[in-house]
Design a protein around this ligand. Structure first.
Ligand SMILES: [Zn+2]
Length: 88
């Protein structure tokens, strides 16, 4: 039997724990998120159309992005994750 190590963030499998940890260190975590002020909100709607987000990985590398609204039928994250096939 061969032991495999899995990156907990992207699910890729590796032969060594070091490689899996290195993969995990490459993926950033969300450190900041804000609805974009102004036209991002439409009158009478609960959600903003655009969200600014910033990420940082374990190596200290950062990147930022703008996310556009994409509706999910269910607003419970545990249900949405299941629908998306996430195994957590
Ligand atoms: Zn990974």
């Amino acid at each position: 039997m061969k032991t495999q190590f899995i990156c907990e963030k992207c699910g890729k499998t590796y032969a060594t724990a070091e490689d899996a940890k290195e993969c995990e260190a490459n993926h950033g975590v969300l450190i900041e998120a804000h609805p974009m002020p102004g036209a991002s909100y439409h009158h009478g709607f609960v959600y903003p159309e655009l969200v600014y987000a910033r990420f940082r990985n374990e190596k200290g590398e950062e990147t930022a992005a703008e996310y556009k609204f994409f509706s999910r039928k269910d607003n419970d994250f545990s249900v949405v994750k299941k629908e998306r096939g996430c195994n957590e």
